[in-house]
Ligand binder design. Structure first.
Ligand code: HEM
Length: 401
């Protein structure tokens, strides 16, 4: 295949197993690549930060794209109300509420809860010895944490995973009518579920106190947030806060196991954890693509593009741009500086950075100190998705000290 004819909506059949090879080729041969539908694919670090920073021209509002994709379905309402897909001034108003909820102090308070959860999974891992790391660890931790924050009872957490998968699955570049129906159904059910939860919390003020983040959002309803906005921000946070972190944990362990010297190094020098987490995020960004649309004609490199042009910002490409990262194909847990774009940049930069980092820190430090070795029993099963880099299953065997 000639990279010049690359089409993100119809990628080659071996794409998912070779994403970095294709994105590297695009960056080298066609860095501002015109997709057959007229949108552009950007893969250089410089081009991505240029778009992220220029939010007045490069809009996150997806009403046009999602109108065409989702029609008037509940998916449209959800994805066009979520914080990540709105522009200022609405974005500024809603983001401020999130910031009150996600202060470093409120996140730090979660450390004890996260450690307790991880210790519980590790007891089970010692007993089982062989198991699927995704279902027994990397999925459980972020869902338990984010559901805890929003006060969702543990017996309902399987519902959240299913709904989240269907709602986020609808964001893949190509959408089937089955995905559209399932995604819409999931939004309706999720909304109703949250309405009931919020009603319950409003009448049980003592529970509110235990779930600070949900309380802040509920208190903002009617003042800075409408009911629809409140429900969709909760759905968005439940979705945004678990798929991404799950994949960070799965890929992180996979890379550490695959690069045994780095596993041993982290085990010997746990103080390297912060740079290790950044390298995991750089090397395998859980969200591989962000999108923007220009509100007026503008320059992309030396190309003038018309108003309404959409861009696919390939984080997975920029994170391996050799003009920003030396030896980008090397997985190096000591890499510093490491200004990867896995959390985005600019006004929409991830609101959950501190939480995601805390989850990774507790998880990897506990895993490294609990198990002398962790081995893969077979090659992990990577999902056929483009936007989210998901490991579906990862069978491992652990050896205790
Ligand atoms: C490793 C885990 C995570 C990754 C890789 C990640 C990645 C991202 C990225 C790339 C964006 C920017 C999207 C854009 O600019 O279009 C974003 C936004 C966001 N993320 Fe995360 N995220 C993670 C975890 C979390 C967690 C744990 C939460 C909360 C529980 C969260 C909440 C949010 C929110 C609220 C936004 C929207 C911010 C805004 O639009 O102002 N994320 N995330």
């Amino acid at each position: 295949m000639h990279i010049e004819s690359f089409d993100l909506y119809n990628p080659p059949s071996d794409f998912v197993n070779n994403v970095y090879k294709y994105y590297n080729l695009l960056r080298e041969k066609s860095p501002i690549h015109k997709n057959p539908d007229g949108s552009y694919i950007l893969t250089t670090y410089k081009d991505l930060i240029g778009v992220y920073r220029n939010f007045k021209i490069w809009s996150s509002n997806k009403k046009t794209e999602f109108g065409a994709k989702f029609g008037t379905s509940p998916l449209f309402e959800h994805h066009t109300t979520s914080l990540v897909f709105v522009d200022p001034p609405d974005h500024t108003r809603i983001r401020k509420i999130f910031q009150q909820a996600f202060t470093p102090k409120s996140i730090l308070c979660l450390e004890k809860d996260i450690s307790k959860l991880v210790d519980g999974y590790i007891v089970m891992m010692h007993e089982k010895k062989k198991f699927d790391f995704v279902s027994d660890f990397s999925f459980r931790l972020p869902v338990d944490v984010v559901c805890g924050i929003l006060g969702i009872p543990s017996e309902d957490r399987h519902l959240i995973r299913d709904w989240a998968h269907k709602i986020l699955g609808a964001l893949e570049p190509k959408l089937t009518s089955k995905q559209l129906d399932e995604g819409s159904f999931a939004v309706v059910n999720f909304k109703q579920y949250l309405k009931d939860q919020i009603k319950f919390r409003k009448t049980h003020k003592d529970i509110n106190k235990a779930n600070e983040i949900l309380s802040i959002l509920i208190e903002a309803e009617g003042l800075e947030l409408s009911e629809t906005e409140l429900l969709h921000q909760c759905i968005f946070m439940l979705n945004a806060g678990h798929e991404t972190s799950t994949n960070m944990l799965s890929h992180g362990l996979n890379e550490l196991v695959d690069h045994r010297d780095q596993y041993k190094l982290l085990q010997k020098e746990p103080s390297r954890i912060d740079t290790a987490i950044d390298e995991i995020l750089r090397f395998q960004p859980p969200i591989q693509i962000n999108n923007r649309r220009c509100l007026e004609k503008t320059m992309l490199g030396d190309i003038m593009v018309p108003e309404g042009t959409s861009v696919h910002m390939i984080i997975a490409g920029a994170n391996r741009d050799p003009s920003q990262f030396s030896e980008p194909e090397t997985f190096d847990i000591l890499r510093s500086p490491n200004r990867h774009l896995s959390f985005g940049l600019g006004i929409h930069i991830c609101a959950g950075i501190n939480l995601a980092r805390l989850e990774a820190k507790v998880a990897f430090l506990r895993l490294m100190s609990s198990f002398r070795e962790i081995n893969l029993l077979k090659k992990p099963n990577v999902a056929n998705r483009i936007r989210f880099r998901e490991i579906k299953e990862m069978q491992i065997e652990v050896s205790s000290f």
